[in-house]
Design a protein around this ligand. Structure first.
Ligand SMILES: [Mg+2]
Length: 362
């Protein structure tokens, strides 16, 4: 089997309302795809590879990959990884990730297996949390509480909210409101998206410990391994981080600093499925759990595949007006608050081009 062509597609649409976390505001949502065509008619779909740099990197790498056998993921990952030019970190490594995900889609389609089965098949119901609790204009404590009550009504057993954009006192009130809204039996996580210095994070952590917080995510800058460790030593709340970490080398350093109890690895960022599985094994050797960040469509397979997969991040309709319309099959919560990977060969990502067409940007 040989790769004959690789192309990118990008779609972008406005959100209902801009949403903000501790540091950033997002006005739009979207979808970026890498399509890998082969001489046997099987096409792999990779997630990511968008934006000027992403597209340019994919185009550059395409020349290297045409004629290669897409099944040889280890060989192709190393062919793409050129530390002087493309790799180590940043948008170029995200482009490698997108292509690698597409190669694994082909691999699983050839094997006629859902990706999670091909990778190890540890479970087929994945514990899940609903990510939300953003800052929005006109959203007060009452609206925040309502959002969380709805999450519980649709079956969530765990939820996550943002902190870090307002004063610590205000965020303490928000966390208290959310805990009261969901009751004592739902897991509550908080996520600062790197908004704090470590001493501020300690102040917040001390004041929300009483609300039984399942984890405190990305409290400080992604490179502040020591700050993260100081916080971890100062609070009983487990620290989660890693969504802005790249490759097995980045996770090696994060682990070496004893910075986090839970690793938010993201296959779309850190180097694709090939590299994710190495990070998962590295974490496993340290008895650490993986709770991936972002894309539920790829990560439902990866949490299902590994023994140290803790929980899946899940975005629902409230944050994206195109939710349920992007793919022909949309992941939904099971009755027990878990999510199951689609039982079709590959990743099971089947874009609904009719719905997406009006939003094509490149
Ligand atoms: Mg996060």
């Amino acid at each position: 089997m040989k790769i004959t062509n690789i192309t990118t597609e990008e779609y972008r649409w406005p959100r209902h309302k801009p949403i903000s976390n501790g540091l950033h505001t997002y006005t739009h949502s979207g979808l970026s795809l890498v399509k890998i065509e082969t001489d046997e008619g099987i096409t792999g779909i990779g997630l990511g590879g968008g934006g000027l740099i992403g597209r340019a990197t994919v185009q550059h790498l395409t020349k290297e990959l045409i004629g290669e056998d897409p099944i040889n993921v280890e060989r192709l990952w190393h062919k793409m990884w050129i530390p002087k030019l493309i790799g180590r970190r940043g948008l170029t490594t995200r482009a490698i990730s997108a292509i690698d995900i597409g190669l694994w889609d082909i691999r699983a389609k050839v094997a006629n297996l859902p990706l999670y089965k091909l990778l190890g098949g540890f479970r087929d119901r994945v514990p899940t949390y609903i990510a939300g609790g953003y800052y929005e204009e006109g959203k007060g404590l009452k609206e925040l509480a309502r959002e969380m009550e709805e999450n519980v009504e649709i079956g969530a057993r765990a939820i996550k909210m943002k902190v870090g954009a307002v004063s610590i006192a205000e965020d303490v009130e928000r966390v208290k409101t959310v805990r009261q809204a969901v009751g004592p039996n739902v897991k509550v996580m908080v996520d600062a998206n790197c908004a704090y210095r470590y001493y501020q994070a300690i102040q917040l952590a001390k004041r929300i410990e009483e609300y039984d917080i399942f984890w405190f995510e990305e409290p400080v800058a992604a490179d502040d391994y020591d700050g993260c460790r100081k916080l971890a030593e100062a609070t009983s709340i487990p620290i989660a981080t890693g969504e802005n970490e790249y490759t097995r080398y980045g996770f090696r350093d994060l682990i070496a600093h004893n910075s986090a109890a839970i690793l938010n690895a993201d296959a779309k960022i850190l180097g694709g499925v090939t590299e994710f599985m190495k990070v998962a094994a590295l974490a496993q050797a340290h008895d650490l759990d993986i709770a991936p960040h972002g894309s539920q469509d790829i990560h439902v397979h990866l949490v299902a595949a590994i023994a140290n997969g803790l929980i899946l991040e899940f975005y629902r309709d409230s944050v994206d007006p195109m939710w349920g319309k992007i793919y022909h099959h949309t992941l939904r919560l099971n009755d027990d608050g878990t999510v199951s990977p689609p039982n079709v060969p590959g990743i099971g990502v089947d874009p609904n081009y009719e719905n997406l067409k009006p939003y094509r940007v490149s």
